[in-house]
Design a binder for this molecule. Structure first.
Ligand code: HEM
Length: 448
């Protein structure tokens, strides 16, 4: 008799973890530590389970390539993400597979071409300058909640083309309720739950976007919403109204927590390593007094490497899930159909075989002649890769570079307690448990 799916899964190295929960607590509590321990104990392939569901963890650049490039169309993103996203973000790219996904992506991509990015930058630069100037100085602030607020304002202006009035603040609150609801563990539509509040917020945002859409379609304005409304593939295909609205909610959610987590980690890194902060500041000051344009940002190469190194160590998307639609073999193991498959960029980013002193913050590893990331195309992948690779990769780097260009030219950043380790909770993205307590000091004051 043929072995069952479960029996074939049990033949993989690894174990099943505690009854019922399986590895859920260990994995969601600290996915990086979990993946590193399993890689050290079981190697590149190990089995795991969550709530009785069979899973497998695949580690290393080859695994990242095999799963995300997915030449054989084995891996479903829909089955992995839909349980969490279908109520809140229906129709977004993460809940589409293969041909349907490719069609939507071809259309949406035009909202991320150079011309569109240049117009977003024109909004972003003065806004970031204003936001940075309004930050309190000379006392401890918790950076993570601050940057979340700043990014909400950026989303209102950059994504939706709204000014910072009462209405857009109210929309910001709806958006937070939506994101919180989508991440809630108790997923039952009952009064008083964050799940219910998220659903209500989704309906309100959906109607708001629906009302605004005709205006955005009529004239191309500088915001992402209008660019998505006008998005067109090379073959001339466009999105329906519901598709535009669905993608807008998905894009705002894909951008918000990821950017907030990455920018907070970068502030930690700069505060923890004053010499790196000084070098990055020198680069920003040397670039001239006018806020950098699209090409000017490309010249901020040290800043780019600090951003990359931040994402290598504390990338928001530590693990990427898929579900195998058919059985497959990888690294000498047979993995059965229906297995939930995870690759771990964050563990791959710390493999000693590929990175020198992998736990050390060292932006120059990305610079010539070292360029450690070039050893394998899928070795450094904080933005994923393959068909579902991040659509906002250039926009995210642009948002970070613009923000830090303004920030470092104005302030010196210090940790409240110098030399402190970065103590993270995963929600599921990494965020500092204490919100990251830092002090900003105006440059003139700190040098006098
Ligand atoms: C530092 C910030 C960001 C990081 C680290 C990040 C990371 C990622 C990763 C790892 C994926 C792949 C997920 C998977 O394969 O399962 C992804 C997908 C995606 N990201 Fe980002 N992201 C960031 C910012 C943004 C921004 C600013 C936007 C857009 C405004 C965006 C839009 C998207 C979209 C639409 C997808 C889905 C692509 C698809 O399924 O085809 N992201 N992102």
């Amino acid at each position: 008799m043929e072995p069952s799916t479960k029996e074939r899964w049990r033949a993989l190295p690894g174990n099943e973890g505690p009854p019922l929960l399986g590895h859920a607590v260990a994995f969601f509590g600290d996915p990086l530590r979990f993946a590193r321990e399993r890689q050290a104990r079981f190697g590149a392939v190990s089995r795991l389970s969550f709530f009785g569901k069979a899973g497998a963890l695949l580690i290393g650049p080859e695994a990242n390539q095999f799963v995300t490039k997915d030449d054989a169309r084995i891996f479903s993103s829909v089955l992995a993400y839909e349980p969490f996203m279908k109520d809140f973000f229906p129709g977004t790219l993460g809940v589409k597979d293969f041909d349907d996904h490719a069609r939507h992506r071809r259309i949406l991509q035009s909202a991320f071409h150079r011309k569109s990015l240049v117009s977003y930058l024109e909004t972003l630069n003065p806004l970031a300058a204003e936001q940075v100037a309004s930050l309190p100085t000379g006392r401890v602030i918790r950076f993570f909640p601050r940057v979340k607020d700043l990014l909400l304002e950026q989303a209102a202006r950059l994504f939706m083309g709204q000014s910072l009035d009462e209405r857009s603040r109210a929309l910001g609150k709806e958006f937070i309720a939506l994101v919180t609801g989508s991440a809630s563990t108790f997923r039952v539509n009952l009064p008083g739950t964050s799940f219910r509040r998220g659903l209500v917020a989704k309906e309100r945002l959906w109607s708001f976007l629906g009302e605004q859409l005709p205006g955005r379609r009529a004239t191309l304005t500088a915001d992402l919403f209008s660019h998505v409304a006008h998005a067109e593939s090379e073959e001339g295909e466009r999105l329906t109204d519901d598709e535009v609205v669905g993608h807008m909610l998905g894009l705002m959610s894909a951008a918000h927590d990821t950017n907030a987590s990455a920018m907070t980690s970068m502030v930690y890194a700069l505060a923890r390593h004053p010499e790196i902060q000084e070098r990055m500041r020198a680069e920003c000051l040397a670039s001239g007094d006018a806020a950098p344009d699209f090409d000017g940002l490309k010249n901020l190469t040290y800043t780019a490497n600090v951003f990359r190194e931040t994402l290598r160590l504390w990338g928001p998307s530590h693990s990427l899930p898929r579900v195998a639609l058919k059985s497959f073999s990888f690294a000498g193991h047979e993995i059965p159909e229906q297995t939930m498959v995870f690759v771990s960029p964050s563990c791959t980013h710390r493999l000693e075989a590929h990175w020198k002193d992998p736990d050390t913050f060292d932006p120059d590893r990305f610079a010539a002649p070292r360029e450690e990331q070039k050893a394998h195309r899928y070795l450094f992948m904080p933005f994923g890769g393959g068909a579902h690779g991040c659509l906002g990769i250039i926009l995210a780097e642009m948002q970070a570079k613009v923000f830090f260009w303004h920030l470092l030219r104005r302030y010196r950043i210090a940790l409240e307690k110098a030399g402190r380790d970065y103590d993270l909770a995963y929600t599921p993205m990494p965020m500092p448990k204490d919100g990251l307590r830092v002090v900003l000091t105006p440059l003139a004051a700190s040098t006098s």
